[in-house]
Design a protein around this ligand. Structure first.
Ligand SMILES: Cc1ncc(C[n+]2csc(CCOP(=O)(O)OP(=O)(O)O)c2C)c(N)n1
Ligand code: SF4
Ligand SMILES: [Mg+2]
Length: 316
C-alpha cells in the first residue's frame, strides 16, 4: 500500500528501507532515486539490481544497504531476474503455498543506462512484452560510470567521455541520446515516465502510481553523477534543477503507450547552455569552434518540448 506522505521532513524521517552506509560518491543521485522508491510504500519488495555503481556500492559483503529482498544479477538481466521472481510468486500464490498471501509484494528492478539502453535492452524489451507485473527504474547518468566513464547510447551529443574524449579533433560524443521513454511506450507498457531527484513529490507520485499499476512499468530517472558529469558534490540538486528547467530532462508520463501528460512546466525555461556550463563534461563546447553543438542541442530540446506538448494536446 502507498504511504501517505505529507511533507519532505515526514518522508525523510519515516522508516528508512535504504540504510545509510553505502559507498556511493557523496552527491550521487542514485541514492535519492532508490531511497524514495523504497520508502514510498509499505508493501513487501523484491528488488533486482544490475551490476553498476548502485549494486557495487550498496552490497559490499558482508554488509547491505537494502532492507528488502534483493537479488544481485548480471549487468544485462535485471529485468529477466525480476520477471522470473514475479512469475514464481504468482505460481506459489495460485497453488496456495504462500505463508501470507494477503500481504502485497511488489517487484522492482534497477539498472543503469548502460544496463538498460545498451546491454540489457533485449532482456527488458522481452520482460515488458511478456507483460510481467514489475517496475523497472533506469538510473540514467548517461555514462558507464562504474567502469570509468565510457559512453552509452544514453550519452548526449557533445559530452566528453572516456571513449569519446573531447580534444583538438573531436567535440566529444557525436550521437544524440536514444529516446528510451518513447521506445518503452511503443511496447504498450501501461505506464512510462521520467523523473528527477530535485522534484521529489513528482517522483514519489509516479513511483506510487507505478507500484499500484498491474503490468510492466518503465521509469527513466535522471541521475546526476558528480564524478563523470564533473560538478562539485554539493551541487547535485542545483544541476538537476538546471536539467529540468532547461527541459533537457522534461518530466512527463505516458499511459498505455499513448496518453501523454507533462507533469512539470518550468515557470522560466532557461537556456540549455546554462545546464551545460555547470558541468565539466561539456566545458569544451564553449570554445568558438564547438558552439554549433550547443545550438544543435538547444534545437533538439525545443523540438522535443514542442512534440511533447502536441502529443499532450492531441491526447492520443
Ligand atoms: C556483461 C557485462 N559486461 C560488462 C560488465 C562490466 N561492467 C560492470 S558495471 C559497468 C558499467 C555500468 O554502467 P551503467 O549500467 O550505466 O551503471 P552506472 O555504473 O553508470 O550506474 C560495466 C561495463 C559486466 N559486469 N557485465
Ligand atoms: S561515479 Fe557517479 S554514479 Fe557512480 S557512485 Fe559516483 S556519482 Fe554515483
Ligand atoms: Mg550509467
Amino acid at each position: 500500500m502507498s504511504k501517505i506522505i505529507k511533507n519532505l521532513k515526514q518522508f525523510s524521517t519515516s522508516n528508512d528501507r535504504f540504510e545509510g552506509a553505502h559507498l556511493l560518491c557523496p552527491g550521487c543521485a542514485h541514492s535519492i532515486i532508490v531511497r524514495e522508491l523504497l520508502n514510498c510504500t509499505d508493501d513487501n519488495l523484491v528488488v533486482s539490481s544490475a551490476t553498476g555503481c548502485l549494486e557495487v556500492c550498496t552490497a559490499v559483503y558482508p554488509h547491505t544497504s537494502w532492507d528488502a529482498s534483493w537479488i544481485h544479477i548480471g549487468f544485462e538481466n535485471a529485468a529477466t531476474a525480476i520477471s522470473g521472481a514475479e512469475a514464481m510468486y504468482k505460481t506459489l500464490k495460485r497453488k496456495g503455498r504462500l505463508k501470507d498471501p494477503d500481504k502485497p509484494v511488489k517487484f522492482v528492478a534497477f539498472g543503469g543506462d548502460g544496463a538498460t539502453y545498451d546491454i540489457g535492452f533485449q532482456f527488458l524489451s522481452g520482460a515488458v512484452e511478456r507483460g510481467h507485473d514489475f517496475t523497472y527504474i533506469c538510473l540514467d547518468n548517461e555514462v558507464y560510470a562504474n567502469t570509468g566513464g565510457q559512453r552509452s547510447s544514453s550519452t548526449p551529443i557533445g559530452a566528453s567521455t572516456m571513449t569519446t574524449p573531447a580534444g583538438r579533433v573531436s567535440y566529444g560524443n557525436k550521437k544524440m541520446k536514444k529516446d528510451m521513454i518513447a521506445i518503452m511506450a511503443a511496447h504498450g507498457a501501461p505506464y512510462v515516465a521520467q523523473v528527477a531527484p530535485n522534484k521529489w513529490k513528482d517522483m514519489v507520485k509516479k513511483y506510487q502510481k507505478a507500484l499500484a499499476i498491474e503490468g510492466p512499468v518503465y521509469i527513466n530517472a535522471m541521475s546526476a553523477c558528480t564524478t563523470e558529469w564533473k560538478f562539485p558534490s554539493h551541487e547535485t540538486i542545483d544541476i538537476s534543477d538546471l536539467a529540468t528547467d532547461s527541459l533537457v530532462f522534461p518530466l512527463y508520463e505516458i499511459i498505455d503507450g499513448h496518453e501523454l501528460h507533462i507533469t512539470y512546466r518550468p515557470r522560466n525555461v532557461i537556456p540549455v547552455r546554462d545546464y551545460l556550463g555547470a558541468q565539466g563534461r561539456f566545458k569544451h563546447l564553449f570554445k568558438k569552434e564547438n558552439e554549433h553543438v550547443i545550438e544543435e542541442m538547444q534545437k533538439t530540446v525545443d523540438k522535443k518540448w514542442e512534440m511533447l506538448q502536441r502529443k499532450e494536446e492531441a491526447g492520443v
